[in-house]
Design a protein around this ligand. Structure first.
Ligand code: NOJ
Length: 532
């Protein structure tokens, strides 16, 4: 281990969903100049790196995850000049900027696909995945789109089906075609040469499919409580052995530039997830760890078990990371409730590894109920009830009509609590979720134990408490998290006489603690330095 961690090891990443962060031109949709205006806020909060969901020209069938031009900016978000200014202003504040790379599919309006669908002989035909109909005229196999319905759409002009693991307007690229690889590598170089600090790579584990495209078998673990489109096991449409070669090539391209990061979007169980670091740590630097995000039971034993399994599974030299929210999953405060959301932030910001924070979670924003007529997410349209609009609503800046986000009509409804839950109000309070996140980020930056100290479970054996050490050199930091509704008293005198409490999740106490009688209130988390 180097004495100085690399920036993407010590940094806290903040995900911005650009449509919803800050509107600067009153059209109700967030944009790049809006983000630039809010950089001072992010710096004040203590964020080091920003990841932007896609900002490229797009028909917005999947709100930018359907890219029609990889090397430009959608006019909704601004111009390349706006982007360059955002990048410059980000760097001027000592922060990093990470873009979203969407290499699994393009928009059906991308010139490559427009060409490909003109004729079977077209030079771009093989850039996508085309097959004849099954003998009954139906789709070539039984694969399902993640958004619902078949993963194939018939294209009458050339009489074949094309594959789309997501929306019909998102045809999958054929990663077995070297020309496709080359083209995406060039896209990476375009942005890396412009100065971006890395990429979060969309559905990276799906990039290459089984060459014969066999039917997927039913998933025996599926229950009707889950999305109907999840009823098949993803045996042939994702996680093929060849994907690791593809990722190694992406890494080689990133390594042409100094000090960049690749982060892979990967929803897989821990043991499979960690293979995406690469056998020689030569794939993505950070395979996104969504296991907390997907955790159903927020109890001390369940969280401890997860953290220990992850720590054990990490290959030697691999750097951990943790995520509590993103634009595809219900928000933290909605999943676990407000009291546990505070505990969640302490967990995220004190565990070993790079944390990613989703915009608005620092305010403990909640999912917003979207009336049926305002549902715009393609998944919400194709699989009613499974929409992702609720976690994508505008950032709540203040208590004005547009919440400080826009003076126009916001593209998604504002949260009904935006007059009570917003940055302006929470900045004034000393015990707010925002004050807590800011304090934790400040502590993360000022205590090496929190960034690159070791992790060790212990020393408490109590059903409601998850406790762990973060130690570095002489410094011994202890995190105590009470996941239960009962107050708990602990005798930790075996570990020293006194502790110096740095922060409680309730933000109402700090200072010296007698380790013989440490008390935690319901759902309280404590971060302390133990003095010997
Ligand atoms: C994962 C992205 O996070 C999600 O928002 C998108 O719909 C799919 N990939 C398809 O690009």
């Amino acid at each position: 281990m180097k004495s100085q961690p690399l920036w993407w090891q010590s940094n806290t990443i903040y995900q911005i969903y650009p449509r919803s962060f800050q509107d600067s031109n009153d059209d109700g949709i967030g944009d790049l100049p809006g983000i630039t205006q809010r950089l001072d806020y992010l710096q004040w909060l203590g964020i080091d790196a920003i990841w932007l969901s896609p900002i490229y020209p797009s028909p917005m069938a999947d709100f930018g995850y359907d890219v029609a031009d990889y090397a430009n900016i959608d006019p909704i978000f601004g111009t390349l000049a706006d982007f360059d200014l955002l990048l410059q202003e980000t760097h001027a504040r000592g922060m990093r900027l990470i873009l979203d790379l969407v290499p699994n599919h393009t928009s059906d309006e991308h010139p490559w696909f427009v060409q490909a669908r003109t004729a079977r002989e077209n030079a771009y035909r093989d850039w996508y995945i085309w097959r004849d109909a099954a003998p009954d005229g139906g789709p070539p196999n039984n694969w399902l789109s993640y958004f619902g319905g078949p993963a194939w759409t018939f294209d009458p002009a050339t009489g074949q089906y094309y594959l789309h693991l997501f929306d019909p307007k998102q045809p999958d690229l054929n990663w077995r075609n070297p020309a496709v690889r080359q083209a995406i590598h060039d896209v990476m170089r375009f942005w890396l040469a412009r100065g971006v600090d890395g990429f979060r790579i969309d559905v990276i584990w799906m990039l290459i499919k089984h060459p014969d495209l066999p039917d997927n078998p039913p998933d025996p673990a599926w229950t009707p409580a889950e999305k109907p489109q999840n009823r098949l096991a993803h045996v042939y449409d994702q996680q093929q052995p060849e994907v690791h070669n593809v990722i190694r090539e992406l890494r080689t391209v990133a390594d042409e530039f100094p000090d960049r990061v690749l982060i892979g979007e990967i929803y897989l169980p821990i043991e499979e997830l960690v293979t995406y670091y690469g056998a020689q740590l030569d794939e993505v630097h950070l395979p996104y760890n969504f296991n907390l995000l997907k955790l159903k039971e927020w109890s001390a034993p369940a969280v401890r078990d997860l953290v220990e399994r992850y720590e054990r599974a990490l290959p030697a030299g691999a750097w951990p990371n943790w995520v509590l929210g993103n634009h595809d999953q219900p928000r933290l405060a909605t999943r676990v409730g407000q009291p546990l959301a505070r505990l969640g932030q302490m967990l995220l910001l004190t565990l070993r590894g790079t944390p990613t924070l989703y915009y608005g979670d620092e305010l403990a924003m909640e999912d917003v109920a979207i009336p049926a007529e305002r549902v715009v997410d393609p998944q919400g349209i194709r699989a009613p009830g499974w929409g992702r609009d609720p976690e994508r609503t505008p950032m709540q800046w203040d208590d004005t009509a547009g919440a400080g986000f826009t003076t126009g009509t916001p593209w998604l409804p504002l949260a009904p609590d935006s007059t009570r839950r917003n940055v302006a109000l929470q900045r004034e309070g000393s015990r707010t979720p925002l004050a807590l996140v800011r304090r934790l980020l400040e502590l993360r930056r000022s205590h090496a134990a929190l960034t690159f100290g070791t992790y060790q479970t212990g020393p408490v054996d109590h059903a409601q408490i998850f406790a762990y050490w973060r130690n570095h050199g002489e410094e011994r930091m202890l995190v105590l998290l009470n996941f239960g509704q009962e107050a708990v008293q602990l005798d930790l005198s075996a570990h020293g006489a006194q502790g110096h409490l740095l922060v409680s999740t309730l933000m109402d106490r700090a200072g010296t603690l007698d380790l013989a009688t440490v008390s935690l209130r319901p759902y309280e988390g404590l971060l302390m330095v133990c003095l010997t």
